[in-house]
Design a protein around this ligand. Structure first.
Ligand SMILES: [Zn+2]
Length: 194
């Protein structure tokens, strides 16, 4: 049986158009806004201020935050995970067999989990697969991490600039941002630019 929530436009590394079944739209809206703001903050302090430009390198940003990034063969369904434990360096593990664009999105998503971490005294582990990265659930942590990843890799201001001022197509923008054209199209829709 097919899952009615699955969106036929799911891209290999990124989705956002899935209709989220949430009970509280205000909470969803707030989570999305928080994720956008948090990604913008990280880019301001650790990317743009260093004179860096597109594409954003999430592995570099992770290391800037003191997170180790590893590439290992993971089970087919697993894209990656992050382990945040007290008194040890956090570790993001990415599936070495995934497409680089997918790895970039997963890495950005795991940074989102790290930025939203709570309960410093206990070990937290987030394991991500196709479903969590496709935004198919209603878990606020996953919604935050997905929105954070989209905002980190496709910063709203730059997307708007390239689309509206420079009139670039989604496939041209995908090359600049290090994403698929479809990821750009979804981001454009979510930013209400199309
Ligand atoms: Zn996740």
């Amino acid at each position: 049986m097919t899952n009615p929530r699955k969106n036929p436009q799911v891209t290999p590394e990124f989705t956002q158009t899935v209709t989220l079944v949430v009970h509280d739209q205000d909470e969803l809206h707030m989570t999305v806004q928080e994720a956008e703001a948090e990604a913008a903050r990280l880019l301001d302090t650790s990317w743009w201020s260093l004179g860096r430009d597109l594409p954003i390198d999430p592995s570099y940003l992770a290391r800037q935050l003191g997170i180790a990034v590893r590439f290992e063969p993971l089970p087919l369904d697993e894209s990656g995970n992050i382990v945040i434990a007290p008194d040890v360096e956090p570790v993001i593990t990415l599936n070495a067999n995934d497409h680089p664009n997918r790895q970039r999105f997963t890495c950005a998503h795991e940074i989102g989990h790290y930025r939203r971490r709570k309960m410093e005294a206990v070990t937290q582990r987030f394991v991500d697969n196709r479903d969590t990265l496709a935004g198919l659930g209603t878990d606020v942590d996953e919604i935050f991490a997905n929105q954070f990843a989209a905002a980190l890799l496709m910063p709203a201001r730059r997307v708007q600039e390239f689309f509206q001022l420079k009139n670039l197509r989604a496939d041209e923008m995908g090359i600049l941002f290090g994403t698929s054209a479809q990821a750009i199209e979804i981001r454009l829709r979510n930013l209400r630019l199309t």
